[in-house]
Design a protein around this ligand. Structure first.
Ligand code: ARG
Length: 257
């Protein structure tokens, strides 16, 4: 093995230690494009229609970006990689149905919430309704979600099985490798609407969440500008239109009504 000269090693350590600086609002404005990252496997919030990224969050983010006078530039990648990419300045904003949690708020700066929802139990039987019905059961969740953490905390759950995407967790349910899954209530409702014959049953909500876009920790200028533009989009009727289109109701948080 070749031994690296101490200087090279030191230089490498320095590079690793200096995290890339997130672009502040001024530089984003100067350049004119807003780099937005999402997952693309979470219908109806963010998903692919063929090669086209679409969904409630994609449409809302585009409205917000245009209100800010910016051109949105999309990237889609694994849910788990989204928040860390902010610190590395790989994109300016993440919008992928992240709930505001105290833990995440230590790592990223959240904008104002763009919808309110919660994690709901989905199973193939009407018997699994409430959290206490999950005792002794195998529950599927998507890795890195609030549901993964919450279900882990429920007393008596036999095991929590993690899957890379929500769709993978659903496949495990359909093929009866698990007893139930926990996912967003609007994702679950859409599932029932799209596949009425599949035998899905919705149980109770196990979490209540405020969902928001995230920026790099401390990038408050950009987060505030986003929140202001979101508020304008909520006030001018365009938010309501997109919400009606996807959910047949307005899903903004009660505080934003
Ligand atoms: N709301 C949940 C959370 O905050 C799930 C988000 C999942 N998003 C996604 N694009 N798969 O963790």
């Amino acid at each position: 093995m070749r031994i690296l000269p101490a200087v090279t090693l030191l230089a490498a350590l320095c590079v690793a230690a200096t995290a890339a600086q997130a672009r502040p609002l001024e530089s984003v404005r100067k350049e004119g494009t807003l780099r937005i990252a999402t997952e693309g496997h979470y219908a109806p919030f963010n998903f692919f229609q063929g090669k086209q990224l679409t969904g409630f969050e994609v449409e809302i983010a585009e409205l917000v970006a245009h209100k800010m006078g910016l051109q949105p530039q999309w990237k889609a990648l694994g849910f788990d990689a989204l928040l860390t990419g902010l610190q590395q300045d790989r994109w300016d904003v993440v919008i992928a149905s992240h709930a505001i949690t105290p833990e995440r708020a230590k790592a990223v700066t959240f904008a104002a919430p763009h919808y309110c929802s919660g994690g709901t139990i989905v199973s193939l039987t009407p018997r699994l309704r409430s959290a206490s019905d999950l005792k002794g059961k195998l529950i599927a969740v998507q890795t890195g979600t609030t549901y993964a953490a919450e279900v882990q905390r429920l007393p008596g759950v036999q095991a929590v099985k993690n899957f890379p995407t929500d769709a993978d967790a659903r496949s495990a349910l359909v093929s009866k490798r698990v007893d139930a899954m926990v996912t967003d209530r609007f994702v679950a409702k859409e599932l029932l609407r799209k596949s009425p014959a599949a035998g899905f049953h919705l149980g109770e909500m196990v979490t209540v969440e405020r969902i928001a876009a995230a920026m790099a920790l401390g990038n408050t200028g950009l987060a505030d500008a986003w929140s202001q533009a979101l508020q304008a989009v909520m006030a001018d009727g365009s938010y309501a239109k997109v919400s009606q289109k996807y959910f047949q109701e307005d899903i903004r948080c009660p505080a934003a009504r």
